[in-house]
Design a protein around this ligand. Sequence first.
Ligand code: SF4
Length: 448
Amino acid sequence: MDKELFDKYNKLGRGNWGKDLTIWKTMYRGFLSQTKSEGGFFSIGKSEGLNPFNEMLLNTFLDIPKARKEGIPVIMHPFNYEPELFFAMNLAPMMQEIISVGLAFVHLNEPYIDYINKIGYGDNPTLCNAQRPFISMVMQGAAPIPDLLFYLSTPCNSLLASYQVYQQLTGIPSYNIDVPYWAYDQDNEFYDKKTMEYMINQSKNLITWLEDNTKQKFDAYKFQQTMAIVNESREYTLEFNELLKAVPCPMPSITGFGVFLTMVARAGSPEAVKATKWFHDTAAENVKNGIGAVPDEKIRIAWPYTHVFFDVGLLSWIEQTFNAVVIMDLLGHYKVLPYNVSTIENCFRSLALGTLDASMVCTTRGPMEYYIEYLLNYVKDYKIDCVIMPMHFACKHVYTMARVTSEAIREETGIPTLIFGVDSYDSREVTSEELKSKISEFLTHIVL
Ligand code: SF4
């Protein structure tokens, strides 16, 4: 990042953001410094001053204090709901897990985990450390207080419980969507005709609730326009997924997660289009030139779960040590189809579909068969050699599916699976050395 650009963002980050945004501001400044010195995230391909993803992320932080100054309501939402409707209603979306998971990258979530352990708000196997540190921050007066809170009943009870506690502790007006269990597709054995109607009604009620709790009015035309912007990002993303089928895989292991973060934090913004286009174009260029992210690619790994967020170097270590590439994680495998924006009713139907098909939600919201089918297709489509599932202790719903799914994969494709327990957010439960040792043993003795 050149000096002029750094000075610009440094200046934009000055001033009083408000006491409750202290952590948000600290994260912004930390990320800006890291971007200046090391290029930020995804310094892939040719060296670019500030790549569109990092630029988008910096602006994601800056948008919140800006919204406060301009009197735009801030709405907090979790990592499983895209913000296009909020953008369309002139609200400022703030994805909570940027804080509680973002801090795990530098282990700064751990003092908050220690505090919440002392208070006795759940424990690691019962409630997930993706959100527990945030409750800790709220109790210590360190969490951002948005104007509105929105969350869903998926992908887990743990998330739902923690957002309810957050709402109770702060009294922020909140709205919750209950995501149904059953399928919407008539050809699916788990089809239930009420699924779509149930989702569409909840989205419409959400709009009424947003209007009632802000001065914003729903504008159908702006909604359609915003969804059309989402579609541009989705088209790039779906093509990006196709490009990752190339051998060698054209992009480093972490890239899919970057695409996911783009969509869940900024879908509906022109910046998300720029970032997804950049991911797509870089992948396309590498495929065209036969360039693999890992020299002499030997192993292609499916990682149908979240990354181990406390260990930022893990994926590069796997790439360099074993000439292996993780094609995509469960969140990064973003498969939501473009919206049908032809009529306003189709927009509502599409919005409901987008929520049901969101990354992780689509595979974990219902019967185990959703997850098994997803993983079987993933293994076949991407020429996978093995599956690695570092199972987070609190993620009971995925944990229960892991073994059965691995058996299905072995029977149908002969591919081996490594499953082991870890706390993806806390480096002290299963250490970096321990998890590397398990992966090393598996790749060396079973896969290679
Ligand atoms: S890791 Fe599992 S338990 Fe934790 S928030 Fe994600 S889905 Fe929920």
